[in-house]
Design a protein around this ligand. Sequence first.
Ligand code: DC
Length: 217
Amino acid sequence: MVAIAIDGPAGSGKSTIAKRLATELAYIYIDSGAMYRAVTLAWLENLSGKPQQSNADLQLIEKILEDSDFEFNGDKVIINNQDCSKEIRSNKVSQNVSYIASFPLVRDKLVAMQRKMAETINVVMDGRDIGTVVFPDAKLKIFMIASAEIRAERRAAQLQEQGEEVDLEQLIQEIKLRDKIDSERAHSPLVKADDAVEINTDNMSIDEVVKAVLNLL
Ligand code: DC
Protein backbone atom coordinates (compact mmCIF):
# COMPACT_ATOMS: atom_id res chain seq x y z
CA MET A 1 0.00 0.00 0.00
CA VAL A 2 1.05 3.65 -0.28
CA ALA A 3 2.98 5.27 2.57
CA ILE A 4 3.78 8.95 2.96
CA ALA A 5 6.48 9.65 5.55
CA ILE A 6 6.63 12.92 7.46
CA ASP A 7 9.63 13.23 9.76
CA GLY A 8 11.09 16.08 11.75
CA PRO A 9 11.74 17.35 15.26
CA ALA A 10 9.05 17.97 17.91
CA GLY A 11 6.74 20.88 17.10
CA SER A 12 7.81 21.27 13.47
CA GLY A 13 4.16 20.92 12.41
CA LYS A 14 4.29 17.27 11.32
CA SER A 15 1.11 16.04 12.95
CA THR A 16 -1.06 18.96 11.83
CA ILE A 17 0.14 18.56 8.25
CA ALA A 18 -0.01 14.74 8.30
CA LYS A 19 -3.62 14.80 9.56
CA ARG A 20 -4.68 17.30 6.91
CA LEU A 21 -2.97 15.31 4.17
CA ALA A 22 -4.61 12.09 5.32
CA THR A 23 -8.02 13.78 5.16
CA GLU A 24 -7.38 15.25 1.69
CA LEU A 25 -6.13 11.93 0.32
CA ALA A 26 -8.54 9.65 2.26
CA TYR A 27 -5.53 7.87 3.79
CA ILE A 28 -5.19 6.83 7.42
CA TYR A 29 -3.13 9.07 9.69
CA ILE A 30 -0.74 7.29 12.07
CA ASP A 31 1.00 9.25 14.81
CA SER A 32 4.09 7.15 15.60
CA GLY A 33 5.14 9.56 18.36
CA ALA A 34 1.90 8.66 20.19
CA MET A 35 3.10 5.05 20.22
CA TYR A 36 6.41 5.98 21.92
CA ARG A 37 4.44 8.19 24.31
CA ALA A 38 2.13 5.27 25.17
CA VAL A 39 5.05 3.03 26.16
CA THR A 40 6.51 5.94 28.19
CA LEU A 41 3.21 6.48 30.03
CA ALA A 42 2.94 2.76 30.83
CA TRP A 43 6.53 2.85 32.13
CA LEU A 44 5.88 5.92 34.32
CA GLU A 45 2.75 4.28 35.75
CA ASN A 46 4.66 1.09 36.60
CA LEU A 47 7.57 2.83 38.34
CA SER A 48 7.58 2.58 42.10
CA GLY A 49 9.23 5.98 42.63
CA LYS A 50 10.39 8.97 40.59
CA PRO A 51 11.94 8.27 37.15
CA GLN A 52 15.66 7.72 37.77
CA GLN A 53 16.64 6.40 34.34
CA SER A 54 18.58 3.48 35.81
CA ASN A 55 19.78 0.02 34.78
CA ALA A 56 16.61 -1.52 36.18
CA ASP A 57 14.54 0.20 33.47
CA LEU A 58 15.31 -2.31 30.74
CA GLN A 59 13.68 -5.15 32.67
CA LEU A 60 10.58 -3.12 33.46
CA ILE A 61 10.25 -2.01 29.83
CA GLU A 62 10.56 -5.60 28.66
CA LYS A 63 7.79 -6.62 31.03
CA ILE A 64 5.55 -3.73 29.97
CA LEU A 65 5.97 -4.57 26.27
CA GLU A 66 5.11 -8.19 26.98
CA ASP A 67 2.19 -7.72 29.35
CA SER A 68 0.44 -4.57 28.12
CA ASP A 69 -2.08 -4.33 25.36
CA PHE A 70 -1.53 -1.25 23.18
CA GLU A 71 -4.09 -0.15 20.60
CA PHE A 72 -3.48 2.75 18.24
CA ASN A 73 -6.25 4.31 16.22
CA GLY A 74 -5.32 7.61 14.53
CA ASP A 75 -4.08 9.66 17.44
CA LYS A 76 -6.22 7.69 19.91
CA VAL A 77 -4.23 5.52 22.27
CA ILE A 78 -5.74 2.70 24.31
CA ILE A 79 -3.59 0.95 26.93
CA ASN A 80 -5.12 -2.13 28.55
CA ASN A 81 -8.61 -1.03 27.43
CA GLN A 82 -8.18 2.48 28.86
CA ASP A 83 -8.24 5.56 26.66
CA CYS A 84 -4.97 7.40 27.45
CA SER A 85 -5.01 9.80 24.49
CA LYS A 86 -4.86 12.85 26.78
CA GLU A 87 -2.43 11.47 29.36
CA ILE A 88 0.24 10.68 26.75
CA ARG A 89 0.49 14.45 25.96
CA SER A 90 1.40 15.50 29.53
CA ASN A 91 4.67 17.31 30.19
CA LYS A 92 5.91 14.39 32.31
CA VAL A 93 5.57 12.02 29.35
CA SER A 94 7.25 14.59 27.04
CA GLN A 95 10.19 14.85 29.43
CA ASN A 96 10.80 11.08 29.43
CA VAL A 97 9.78 9.94 25.96
CA SER A 98 13.12 10.48 24.22
CA TYR A 99 14.74 8.26 26.85
CA ILE A 100 12.23 5.42 26.36
CA ALA A 101 12.40 5.83 22.56
CA SER A 102 16.16 5.23 22.71
CA PHE A 103 15.72 1.56 23.77
CA PRO A 104 16.18 -0.74 20.74
CA LEU A 105 13.60 -3.23 22.03
CA VAL A 106 10.96 -0.48 22.19
CA ARG A 107 11.83 0.67 18.66
CA ASP A 108 11.85 -2.85 17.21
CA LYS A 109 8.42 -3.63 18.63
CA LEU A 110 6.84 -0.34 17.52
CA VAL A 111 8.40 -0.37 14.05
CA ALA A 112 6.99 -3.89 13.49
CA MET A 113 3.54 -2.63 14.52
CA GLN A 114 3.85 0.41 12.22
CA ARG A 115 4.76 -1.73 9.21
CA LYS A 116 1.90 -4.11 9.94
CA MET A 117 -0.61 -1.25 10.09
CA ALA A 118 0.43 -0.12 6.59
CA GLU A 119 0.16 -3.57 5.02
CA THR A 120 -3.50 -3.20 4.11
CA ILE A 121 -4.18 0.54 4.10
CA ASN A 122 -2.68 3.73 2.63
CA VAL A 123 -1.07 5.76 5.39
CA VAL A 124 0.38 9.12 6.21
CA MET A 125 2.71 8.45 9.15
CA ASP A 126 4.66 11.05 11.08
CA GLY A 127 7.65 10.53 13.35
CA ARG A 128 11.43 10.63 13.41
CA ASP A 129 12.52 7.53 11.44
CA ILE A 130 9.59 6.90 9.12
CA GLY A 131 11.44 7.73 5.88
CA THR A 132 14.77 6.26 7.01
CA VAL A 133 13.78 3.06 8.84
CA VAL A 134 10.06 2.26 8.87
CA PHE A 135 9.27 2.89 5.18
CA PRO A 136 12.52 3.36 3.22
CA ASP A 137 10.44 2.96 0.02
CA ALA A 138 7.77 5.51 0.96
CA LYS A 139 6.12 7.20 -2.03
CA LEU A 140 6.96 10.64 -0.63
CA LYS A 141 9.23 11.64 2.25
CA ILE A 142 9.01 15.05 3.87
CA PHE A 143 11.48 16.34 6.47
CA MET A 144 9.82 19.20 8.30
CA ILE A 145 11.83 21.70 10.33
CA ALA A 146 11.24 24.94 12.29
CA SER A 147 13.27 26.96 14.80
CA ALA A 148 13.27 25.82 18.47
CA GLU A 149 11.62 29.11 19.51
CA ILE A 150 8.68 28.74 17.09
CA ARG A 151 8.27 25.08 18.04
CA ALA A 152 8.21 25.96 21.76
CA GLU A 153 5.54 28.61 21.12
CA ARG A 154 3.39 26.04 19.30
CA ARG A 155 3.82 23.53 22.13
CA ALA A 156 3.00 26.23 24.73
CA ALA A 157 -0.28 26.99 22.95
CA GLN A 158 -1.19 23.27 22.94
CA LEU A 159 -0.40 22.88 26.65
CA GLN A 160 -2.31 26.04 27.56
CA GLU A 161 -5.33 24.69 25.70
CA GLN A 162 -5.15 21.63 27.95
CA GLY A 163 -5.00 23.90 31.02
CA GLU A 164 -1.32 23.21 31.82
CA GLU A 165 0.96 26.02 33.03
CA VAL A 166 3.86 26.82 30.73
CA ASP A 167 7.28 28.39 31.04
CA LEU A 168 8.35 29.28 27.50
CA GLU A 169 12.07 29.44 28.27
CA GLN A 170 11.95 26.01 29.92
CA LEU A 171 10.03 24.62 26.92
CA ILE A 172 12.72 25.92 24.54
CA GLN A 173 15.42 24.20 26.61
CA GLU A 174 13.39 20.95 26.76
CA ILE A 175 12.84 20.98 22.99
CA LYS A 176 16.57 21.52 22.38
CA LEU A 177 17.39 18.66 24.75
CA ARG A 178 14.89 16.33 23.02
CA ASP A 179 16.35 17.29 19.61
CA LYS A 180 19.79 16.40 20.93
CA ILE A 181 18.74 13.01 22.35
CA ASP A 182 16.58 12.18 19.29
CA SER A 183 19.31 13.05 16.79
CA GLU A 184 22.31 11.64 18.66
CA ARG A 185 20.91 8.27 19.75
CA ALA A 186 22.65 5.24 18.29
CA HIS A 187 19.51 3.43 17.11
CA SER A 188 17.42 5.14 14.36
CA PRO A 189 18.40 8.75 15.10
CA LEU A 190 16.41 11.68 13.71
CA VAL A 191 18.09 12.35 10.36
CA LYS A 192 16.77 13.47 7.01
CA ALA A 193 16.56 10.63 4.51
CA ASP A 194 18.65 11.30 1.40
CA ASP A 195 15.52 11.33 -0.75
CA ALA A 196 13.36 13.41 1.62
CA VAL A 197 12.23 16.93 0.74
CA GLU A 198 12.98 19.46 3.49
CA ILE A 199 10.32 22.07 4.33
CA ASN A 200 10.95 24.86 6.85
CA THR A 201 7.55 25.77 8.35
CA ASP A 202 8.71 28.86 10.32
CA ASN A 203 7.02 31.33 8.02
CA MET A 204 4.43 29.12 6.33
CA SER A 205 0.75 28.71 7.12
CA ILE A 206 -0.75 25.22 7.47
CA ASP A 207 -2.55 25.65 4.13
CA GLU A 208 0.69 26.61 2.40
CA VAL A 209 2.52 23.56 3.70
CA VAL A 210 -0.34 21.19 2.78
CA LYS A 211 -0.42 22.67 -0.72
CA ALA A 212 3.35 22.32 -1.11
CA VAL A 213 3.22 18.65 -0.07
CA LEU A 214 0.27 17.85 -2.35
CA ASN A 215 2.15 19.50 -5.25
CA LEU A 216 5.17 17.29 -4.53
CA LEU A 217 2.96 14.22 -4.43
O1 DC B 1 6.13 13.32 17.75
P1 DC B 1 6.23 13.40 19.27
O2 DC B 1 6.93 14.63 19.74
O3 DC B 1 4.92 13.18 19.96
O4 DC B 1 7.18 12.16 19.64
C1 DC B 1 7.50 11.86 20.96
C2 DC B 1 8.89 11.28 21.07
O5 DC B 1 8.92 9.98 20.50
C3 DC B 1 10.02 12.06 20.44
O6 DC B 1 10.77 12.76 21.40
C4 DC B 1 10.91 11.04 19.79
C5 DC B 1 10.12 9.76 19.80
N1 DC B 1 9.81 9.26 18.47
C6 DC B 1 10.73 8.45 17.88
O7 DC B 1 11.80 8.24 18.44
N2 DC B 1 10.46 7.89 16.67
C7 DC B 1 9.30 8.14 16.05
N3 DC B 1 9.05 7.57 14.88
C8 DC B 1 8.34 9.00 16.66
C9 DC B 1 8.64 9.56 17.86
